[in-house]
Design a protein around this ligand. Structure first.
Ligand code: ATP
Length: 274
């Protein structure tokens, strides 16, 4: 495991202060996980371990973990949540999906709704989309003035530093798929009756802006991969590779957080149940 996690991090971490070179990053991870069966077995094992670690995290109630999932439409954010956290009890994991902001949310600063959803001590919080939408879709579609967007990178870095200094470990995953893979996944939503509900014509509009989104992602990765909250770009064309990678990093991060069951100030023999 330790050797594998090093190889994973070497392959997917965006080193703080260095260019992310998104265009040169692979969307498949055959060197890390060449075999589907083994990768799926690994994911299952990791999901089980994550459940045990989450239990101790909740019992100790001194730290929290925030997992941020970003990626263009069809990149697999929902599928990742299902594969990585499916063994966890629903009370221990809080998933928040960020869509278009409401009127109320727009009346506040852009981090207001994000901060409200940050996990409390003992919890794992998962964000499906996040504060990064405010420098991605907002930038690409011109929903806020350029100078406002420009200031947000530093504001996000400061916010994430604030979280990490207050007991929240922040993991950020960008699910990286190729344009061809997105085409296939969108087509599947048209072809497969059971997937029709997922199809949204707006996604085709965003697909036309593919290169603008890639550029916006690259800037966000370059400017917001910090020592306290680095970005990881996950090859995501193959779902089973994506799941194996993310589950391994989440598991290892929780292991490093080393959650401990609290010691009691009584002995079981102090009590007798009649
Ligand atoms: P998924 O996120 O899984 O692709 P979806 O597209 O069905 O699902 P929705 O809840 O409908 O999800 O909303 C996502 C949409 O909201 C995306 O188009 C996203 O760009 C947009 N969005 C999210 N945050 C913002 C924001 N701060 N400003 C403007 N649009 C946003």
């Amino acid at each position: 495991m330790p050797k594998l996690i090093k190889s994973i991090n070497d392959a997917i971490l965006v080193q703080p202060g260095e260019a992310s070179k998104l265009a040169q990053r692979s969307t498949v991870a055959d060197e890390l996980f060449p075999e589907r069966e083994a990768a799926e077995a690994e994911t299952k094992e990791n999901a089980k371990a994550i459940d045990g670690l989450q239990d101790a995290l909740w019992a100790g109630r001194s730290r929290a973990l925030l997992v941020i999932l970003q990626g263009i439409d069809t990149s697999g954010k929902d599928g990742t949540v299902r594969a990585v956290f499916n063994r966890c009890g629903p009370l221990g994991v809080a998933v928040t999906a960020f869509g278009r902001p409401s009127e109320e949310e727009l009346a506040h600063d852009f981090l207001w709704r994000i901060h409200m959803a940050a996990p409390k001590k003992g919890m794992i919080g998962v964000f499906n989309r996040s504060q990064y939408e405010d420098v991605l879709v907002v930038k690409v579609r011109g929903l806020a003035p350029a100078d406002v967007v420009e200031r947000r990178y530093e504001q996000i870095n400061a916010f994430e530093r604030h979280l990490t200094e207050n007991g929240v470990t922040v993991l950020k995953f960008m699910l990286n798929i190729s344009k061809d893979e997105q085409k296939e996944r969108l087509q599947a939503r048209l072809d497969d009756l059971a997937k029709n509900w997922k199809f949204n014509a707006d996604d085709l509009e965003d697909r036309k802006l593919w290169s603008d989104y890639q550029k916006a992602y690259e800037v966000a990765l370059d400017r917001c991969s910090t020592e306290h909250a680095p970005w990881r770009v996950v090859p995501s064309d193959r779902k089973w590779q994506r799941n194996a990678i993310i589950s391994a990093v989440v598991r290892r991060t929780l292991e490093d957080m080393n959650p401990k069951y609290p010691k009691t100030d009584w002995k079981p023999s102090d009590f007798k149940i009649t």
